[in-house]
Design a protein around this ligand. Structure first.
Ligand SMILES: Nc1nc2c(ncn2[C@@H]2O[C@H](COP(=O)(O)OP(=O)(O)OP(=O)(O)O)[C@@H](O)[C@H]2O)c(=O)[nH]1
Ligand SMILES: [Mg+2]
Length: 293
């Protein structure tokens, strides 16, 4: 669907990166009044059973559940600005992270996802701070090589003690560093004939409660942890207009002390968001407002 007040945003991210948790918290936040959000629910649109289910899990501190491979649940909502009449229709596909991973491993994307790409006028790329695969640095490879060389030299000097040979582990494309996979996902987007630069992309580091104690900004965190992705975005600033966010959609871990602390809060105040000029740290609609600008 297209129109002046229609926005179709993509939720992009490898498996378990917080896409569904974001939707669950958003669906709760735009329907409550205890904590202000700049966008509020105007009217229901279509079937909200899925949204209600994930919201109820979020309210009960339960995992929202993984989206099965190849599942694409389309959700849509009519929102309006709290302080104005402007209405917006938001649609997002809640795609399984496995499907994004398959874009990398099999170099294929589904027809329905491609259609979403064609219609999208913005997106949120989710990154979970605890699940990134880091690359091996040249220094580390050199150190490993030196250890192997030392081992060989030792063996040569005492040939009577044979060492067991470990079976070589074949290269597995799934183990490629996170930043390599993400850059490739963005390159796939750029290569589609429907791609219209500049494409606005919110880079969301999810589960920000895990990183927040270090006081680092989301942009600096990405620069340090995913330097290739950062350099790619800088080099392609004409294709992607980016804003960096740290988003805690859950408000903490669903275990131990964190739950106790969250139980004492207004549910909407569990949500915390930082970065890219965020004015209200409990307003999960901040990145959407920026995408809609
Ligand atoms: N501590 C913390 N954990 C979070 C937060 N948001 C999500 N998580 C955890 O991150 C994991 C993945 O969350 P999901 O929302 O299911 O991620 P997804 O991207 O939808 O995953 P797929 O459907 O498999 O692609 C779950 O274990 C969540 O509990 C948060 O704000 N804080
Ligand atoms: Mg999901």
């Amino acid at each position: 669907m297209k129109g002046p007040n229609t926005h179709n945003f993509l939720l992009i991210g490898l498996p378990s990166t917080g896409k569904t948790s974001f939707l669950a918290a958003l669906w709760y936040a735009i329907q409550q009044t205890a904590s202000q959000t700049a966008l509020v629910l105007k009217k229901l649109d279509g079937d909200s059973a899925y949204l209600n289910r994930i919201r109820d899990a979020w309210l009960a501190f339960k995992a929202v559940g993984r989206n099965p491979t190849d599942s694409e649940t389309f959700v849509s909502m009519w929102l309006k600005r709290k302080d104005g009449d402007e209405e917006v229709h938001l649609t997002f596909p809640d795609v399984s992270g496995e499907s994004f991973k398959q874009q990398w491993t099999t170099r294929q994307l589904t027809i329905s996802y491609d259609k979403c790409l064609t219609e999208a006028n913005g997106g949120i790329l989710f990154i979970h701070p605890d699940s990134i695969k880091l690359p091996l640095r040249i220094q580390e490879v050199d150190d490993l090589a030196a250890m192997i060389d030392d081992g060989v030299a030792e063996e040569m000097s005492s040939p009577a003690t044979p060492t067991p040979q470990a079976a070589p582990v074949p290269w597995d494309i799934e183990k490629a560093p996170t930043q390599v996979q993400l850059v490739e996902l963005l390159q796939f987007m750029m290569k589609r004939p429907s791609f219209r630069p500049p494409f606005r992309l919110a880079i969301a580091v999810s589960a920000w409660d895990l990183v927040a104690p270090s006081k680092i900004s989301p942009e600096d965190w990405v620069t340090g942890q995913l330097p290739l992705l950062k350099q790619f975005l800088v080099a392609h600033r004409k294709s992607f207009e980016v804003g960096f966010y740290g988003i805690s959609a859950q408000g903490g871990k669903y275990e131990g002390e964190d739950i106790k602390a969250m139980e004492n809060k207004q549910p909407a105040r569990r949500i915390e968001i930082v970065g890219n000029g965020v004015k209200n740290k409990h307003d999960i609609t901040e990145p959407l407002q920026w995408l809609m600008r």
